[in-house]
Design a binder for this molecule. Structure first.
Ligand SMILES: [Cu+2]
Length: 162
């Protein structure tokens, strides 16, 4: 009787102890594993910031029905530019051509820090575009998210001066 109840106790507690041990082991393993991933955003954020001595020209732009302001935006060739675009009245999109109007399309005149596609900007939100203005010329900016009846005329310009 006694032996069997002791065995029953062991049978009851052994799996519990095993489970607690596993949970403890998992949590102590999870901690160091999560540490490097927590470091990742700061590493990539650092990579996006130009190195010391390189000037970043920050330009605030608003997007509203149906214009970008200011337009044209003027920068000098060689400038490292960050456009901070805020959609003030509605969802908009921004697409800045990496080729100057009429330029040969073999080599981009604007070198972006991240791949370029349509950048969607929710109402009241700000998105950033960062690039180096390599070649002089006029670059077109257009709204690429349908925002209303005159969406197609929503355009802007970036002029890179020599
Ligand atoms: Cu639009």
């Amino acid at each position: 009787m006694r032996l069997s109840s002791r065995l029953a106790l062991i049978a009851l507690f052994a799996p519990l102890i095993l489970i607690f041990t596993l949970i403890f082991a998992a949590s102590s393993v999870a901690r160091p594993a999560s540490a490097p991933s927590a470091l990742l955003p700061s590493v990539s954020a650092r990579a996006a910031i130009p190195s010391a001595g390189e000037d970043l020209q920050v330009i605030e732009v608003t997007a509203k029905k149906y214009e970008f302001n200011p337009s044209p935006i003027r920068v000098k060739a060689g400038a490292h530019v960050q456009l901070k675009i805020t959609a003030t009245d509605h969802v908009h999109g921004v697409k800045l051509s990496e080729f100057a109007d009429g330029a040969d399309r073999s080599k981009p005149g604007l070198v972006f820090s991240s791949p370029q596609e349509c950048l969607r900007i929710e109402k009241g939100q700000t998105q950033t575009l960062e690039f180096t203005a390599q070649a002089p010329g006029t670059y077109s900016i257009r709204c690429c998210v349908h925002c209303g009846w005159d969406h197609r005329s929503m355009k802007g310009q970036l002029i890179v001066e020599p």
